[in-house]
Write a protein that binds this ligand. Structure first.
Ligand code: MG
Ligand code: MG
Length: 253
């Protein structure tokens, strides 16, 4: 069942979203060659806790980190580790959430480490653009198929592929709520978009095949062809006044 949020609940979710977005800005400041994903996770946790919130992902389904940190061909759910050191030319995906006053935020970015390939830069750019193409379809009376189709169409037009096995979701008192928000779909089909819906829209885009597989650690998802993958996510709320982006702090990021 879809839990629609009233104005007071959306106001509370703005706070969780702000902390979530700020934690990503803090993490970005620490992305550089030689830094471990454990160190990134540590600064994220410190920032979220200093803000009076809790990391949404810590312990979620048993996840051991405060953030999912995934490098290059890793799509999502990378486990922070002292052994994973960022290298020049890597792209690193940081996916995190803050739990504050009963509500969660959820947001992800893909960040280049130093100078990266032209393909990596294009992949990051197209993934981000596809999110906004999807959000542009967040209009009263439209359906989630309109959102997913807009995302997938933009990705394919640029020669990349959209991950199908993992998708976006409703969010609120739980990180993962109904409805499912696929990054593909058929225009005019699916759940009707209405005021009070709060969604985590999160295209995961691969340079090669859309197919993915899970590593033996039980968490890390990689591209089946081991080519690059990028991720971009914000928590957005549909209101009578239009769409609010709850986790976007720096409009350029
Ligand atoms: Mg996320
Ligand atoms: Mg999410």
């Amino acid at each position: 069942m879809i839990q629609l949020k009233n104005a007071a609940q959306i106001k509370a979710m703005k706070e969780a979203g702000r902390i979530t977005g700020e934690a990503l800005l803090v993490a970005r400041e620490h992305v550089r060659e030689g830094v471990s994903t454990y160190e990134l996770d540590h600064v994220i946790r410190q920032y979220i806790e200093k803000s009076g919130a809790k990391p949404s992902f810590l312990g979620l389904y048993g996840f051991p980190g405060s953030a999912c940190i995934s490098i290059n061909d890793e799509v999502i759910h990378g486990i922070p580790s002292k052994k994973r050191i960022l290298r020049e030319g890597d792209i690193v995906k940081i996916d995190l959430g803050a739990h504050y006053k009963g509500y969660h935020g959820d947001s992800a970015r893909t960040i280049p480490v130093g100078k990266v390939s032209d393909e990596a830069l294009k992949l990051i750019k197209v993934t981000r653009e596809s999110f906004f193409a999807g959000v542009a379809q967040m209009q009263q009376g439209n359906r989630l198929g309109d959102v997913g189709s807009a995302i997938d169409t933009h990705v394919k037009a640029n020669g990349f592929s959209t991950v199908r096995k993992y998708i976006g979701h409703g969010i609120g008192k739980e990180v993962h709520e109904a409805p499912d928000v696929p990054n593909y779909g058929t225009p005019g089909r699916g759940v009707r978009i209405c005021s009070g819906m709060v969604l985590a829209i999160e295209p995961m885009v691969n340079a090669g095949t859309f197919e993915v597989r899970e590593l033996a650690d039980g968490w890390t998802v990689v591209t089946a062809d081991r080519r690059l993958s990028a991720h971009y996510e914000n928590t957005v709320a549909m209101t009578d006044e239009g769409v609010l982006n709850l986790t976007l702090i720096d409009s350029e990021f």
